[in-house]
Design a binder for this molecule. Structure first.
Ligand code: SF4
Length: 369
């Protein structure tokens, strides 16, 4: 089964750390929406798997669209694909877009999961990051969604922000646990050179946290959320039982997906394709970059996505999909990590224990073909 992704590339204000494709020219939103419907009509054949399991509206800020516009995309998808077995339809929202009337209108659509970018419950940290909302507004937004009937809510938080240490992080974790949401994504702040934070870092106006601080904060997040009953099922993701993100799981398990909008990526099984045009150019006609994945690329991709999840890699899958000798090579290279505990083996599976997820990139790099 395949996945559909719609990228809404607009934000009212740009956050200091963000390097997603987004624009503040919100007045162009109606034109982009029409261009996205055209793209869906023209490109739906990219998926040979015609059965859709999940639909996801990401951004940017999809909650700048009225819920009726989200439903129009879903209806359009239903005309083109078999959507009779869709399990999950997620929309990312910003807290300050969630009024009572917006939540009520959203509850009238087919959307059944809401992912809210809160990032912190420390107002000073929110101001530092350039977020539009404050902690109180974010808490109220979650309550509004609950009152409207949503029973599958995810919240994003960010840790590893220099100047906002253990107390700030623990207050954020207290608040997110009080909200009792079904899913939590917790990301370490990364600073890309092209962002406002990247420019500030280059001028020495901000710093990154030390490696020791990264590890401590990662462990704080891991321990507090798992102690509260969340499963740490992927490097950055925690879920209550039965509430893993099905859409993201499609990306991690090699399913086909079609991304619509500038900033979106698509994958057909062996071809990866993306659009990163400016919104004005996208409205004139979509242009893609693409690459065909080699056998080595697909193996490396399998190793990368698998080791970021608690299920890990399956050596018998590598033997059957690639070769016996590749499975033997992976096991040989994995040996030092099995000795130091960064990997564990159970039957044919090798996985990074969640408390060591932070070093999974180092393990992945060594295991690459
Ligand atoms: S709201 Fe999200 S997409 Fe928009 S600038 Fe902030 S982090 Fe980036």
């Amino acid at each position: 089964m395949a996945a559909l992704y719609f990228h809404i590339p607009f934000c009212k204000r740009l956050c200091g750390y963000c390097d997603f494709l987004r624009s503040v020219k919100v007045q162009l939103l109606p034109n982009v929406v029409e261009a996205m419907h055209r793209e869906l009509d023209e490109q739906h054949g990219f998926l040979t798997d015609r059965t859709i399991r999940t639909i996801y509206f990401g951004g940017g800020t999809p909650s700048l669209l009225h819920p009726s516009e989200l439903e129009r995309f879903i209806e359009h998808a239903r005309q083109l694909f078999d959507c009779s077995a869709v399990e999950e339809i997620t929309v990312e929202v910003n807290p300050d877009d969630i009024t009572d009337s917006y939540a009520a209108a959203l509850a009238q659509t087919s959307v059944n999961r809401v992912s809210m970018g809160i990032q912190s419950f420390d107002d000073n940290c929110l101001r530092f990051m350039g977020r539009r909302h404050n902690a109180e507004g974010a808490i109220e937004a979650v309550h509004r969604l609950r009152r409207a009937g949503f029973d599958n809510i995810s919240v994003d938080i960010i840790f590893g922000v220099d100047g906002f240490g253990a107390e700030s992080l623990n207050n954020t974790l207290n608040a997110v646990l009080d909200l009792d949401v079904e899913h939590i994504s917790a990301y370490h702040l990364t600073i890309e050179p092209s962002t406002r934070f990247g420019r500030m870092l280059a001028k020495g106006r901000i710093s990154t946290v030390s490696e020791q601080c990264s590890e401590e904060e990662f462990m704080t997040v891991h321990q507090r959320l798992t102690a509260a009953g969340y499963e740490h099922y992927e490097v950055s993701n925690f879920a209550k039982n039965g509430y893993r993100s099905r859409h993201n799981s499609s990306y991690w398990t090699g399913s086909q997906y079609l991304g619509i909008g500038t900033g979106a990526h698509s994958f057909s099984g062996d071809v990866r394709r993306w659009c990163d045009q400016k919104v004005e150019e996208y409205c004139q006609g979509v242009v893609y970059g693409s690459e065909r994945l080699s056998t080595t690329d697909t193996l490396n991709e399998y190793i990368m996505v698998s080791l970021r999840r608690i299920e890990g890699i399956d050596l018998s899958t590598i033997a059957s999909r690639w070769s016996e000798s590749e499975a033997e090579r992976v096991l040989r290279v994995a040996r030092p990590f099995l000795d130091n505990g960064w990997l564990v083996q159970q039957d044919n599976r090798l996985s990074v224990p969640p408390e060591h997820f932070l070093v999974s990139d180092a393990v992945i790099e060594e295991l690459f073909c």
